[in-house]
Design a protein around this ligand. Structure first.
Ligand code: NAP
Length: 260
């Protein structure tokens, strides 16, 4: 069991909360970032504590530069170093609009939160990690980006989401290449359909696609859970993949398989 520290964006609910809890089980202390839902963040912290870890909550919008700087400062003030950054915070479009009708406002919002935010937060945290001593495994830090099957699966009623997630996948490769020689590994986790607030509004559609339909879009016939993603992040956080960087982990019930 290690005592390390993590900054997890969007850890108040859903997948980010699941990640924070699994990190706590691995002995991590976790900075639980949230955007607006303080009550959910407090609940996540209580769950982290009861899972054997510790941490604190910190409000901040990853799309805003001053907030990103504050997230890093507050995390360092509490923990002294950042062993793991998880870029998880993300939003779906408010309305699913056809590709020929989708507006700039939605594009700008998704770009700012889902891609610009993680990019510049990674930049800030990378610079911090460069100044950190190597840990017992020889690393100055690690990073994980939570993308989506939308990196490669085209959804013409939320093209903006697909495009920014594809950008986040490339961002993983870029940071992995730049930081490998600095003893910082960078990974992409690509979740499939996971039961969270984000997918609550399309529950019936996915119940049918995953469970009711004769074949189902996923070979594993169930919804994903936040802890499915959390356990994958935990494996990375516990350095089970020290010779891998830029690697993609599909946590998707087998959705990515091409089937006949
Ligand atoms: P969710 O249940 O809607 O939770 C979103 C989380 O992100 C909340 O903690 C929210 O904080 C936070 N957040 C939203 N905007 C933020 C901002 N501007 N700055 C900081 N934090 C912000 O979503 P989820 O389903 O867990 O999704 C988490 C990540 O997984 C996203 O990147 C999403 O694209 C990705 N993903 C989800 C699925 C899925 O099926 N659910 C599949 C693939 C990938 P508040 O609680 O304060 O609002």
């Amino acid at each position: 069991m290690v005592t390390r520290t993590a900054l997890v964006t969007g850890a108040s609910r859903g997948i980010g909360r699941g990640i924070a809890i699994e990190l706590a089980r691995a002995g991590y202390r976790v900075a639980i970032n949230y955007a607006g839902n303080a009550a959910a963040a407090a609940e996540a912290l209580a769950l982290v504590r009861s899972a054997g870890g510790d941490g604190f909550v910190v409000q901040g919008d990853v799309a805003v530069a001053a907030d990103r700087a504050r997230l890093v400062e507050v995390t360092l003030a509490n923990f002294g170093r950042i062993d793991l950054l998880v870029n998880n915070a993300g939003v779906a479009p408010n309305v699913r609009a056809d590709l020929l009708e989708a507006g700039e406002e939605s594009f700008d919002r998704l770009f700012a939160i889902n891609l610009k935010g993680p990019y510049f937060l990674s930049q800030l945290v990378a610079k911090q990690m460069l100044g950190q001593e190597r840990d017992t495994e020889g690393f100055r830090g690690r990073m994980v980006n939570i993308t989506s099957i939308s990196v490669y699966a085209a959804s013409i009623n939320r093209g903006d989401y697909c495009m920014v997630k594809a950008g986040l996948a490339m961002m993983t490769k870029l940071f992995a290449d730049r930081l490998a020689s600095e003893s910082i590994n960078v990974y992409e986790i690509r979740p499939g359909v996971i039961a969270t607030d984000m997918t609550g509004g399309v529950k019936e559609k996915y119940d049918k696609l995953i469970i009711t339909d004769e074949r189902g879009i996923t070979p594993i016939r169930r919804w994903g859970r936040p802890d499915d993603v959390g356990r994958a992040v935990r494996a990375i956080a516990e350095d089970r993949f020290p010779f891998s960087t830029g690697a993609v982990f599909d946590v998707d019930g087998g959705f990515h398989l091409h089937r006949l």
